[in-house]
Design a protein around this ligand. Structure first.
Ligand code: S3P
Length: 181
């Protein structure tokens, strides 16, 4: 049992964090918060527009601010953007404020799931496979180091993945409703 006030989903683009997160939040009666959506709401601009005007570095600053504000709360299921783990302060806040679920996905499955995606600025280029492979090489060790629980999503539908996680979380996550220290 690992006590924590929030459930936090980490993992690459296309792992199903938003879709599975919504379902899991309902099952555990948690407030569902999509960090990317919170960034869009706070900035009043789409992720593509933020990247266009402020670059990736500007986006990461928004991401950091929003994530830290969110993680002060409790009783939430927070679905993070795939690159949130790049920042050491984000990693520390995630580890301190949540039971961390890593949704793993292979590059092959990402390519399939994201084939028609036009919303993720980092993927709007012809060499998607290489980009995803480079991201995986850099980020997978970071996801692994943070994870309290890992699920391979390649072979599961969102409903199946949720069912698996409900079973595992029942024995592994101890919900903690204490205020932020
Ligand atoms: C990103 C992932 C996206 C979003 C942004 C950057 C990344 O979130 O935060 O496009 O660096 O992997 P999802 O993982 O929810 O797609």
């Amino acid at each position: 049992m690992n006590p924590a006030p929030n459930l936090i989903l980490i993992g690459p683009m296309g792992a199903g964090k938003t879709c599975i997160g919504r379902r899991l939040a309902e099952r555990f009666t948690l407030d569902f918060v999509d960090a990317d959506q919170a960034i869009v709401d706070a900035a009043g601009a789409s992720i593509a527009t933020i990247f266009e005007h402020a670059g990736e570095a500007g986006f990461r600053q928004h991401e950091r601010d929003v994530l830290h504000a969110l993680l002060d709360g409790s009783g939430q299921l927070v679905s993070t953007g795939g690159g949130a783990v790049l920042d050491p302060d984000n990693r520390q806040a995630i580890a301190r404020r949540g039971f961390v679920v890593y949704l793993r996905v292979s590059v092959a499955a990402q390519l399939e799931r994201l084939a028609r995606d036009r919303t993720r600025p980092l993927l709007q280029r012809p060499d998607r496979e290489q980009v995803l492979q480079e991201m995986a090489a850099l980020r997978d060790p970071l996801y692994e180091a943070l994870a309290d629980l890992t699920l391979d999503t390649d072979l599961y539908t969102p409903a199946e993945a949720t069912a698996q996680l409900v079973l595992r979380l029942a024995t592994q996550w101890q919900r903690l409703d204490l205020p932020h220290e």
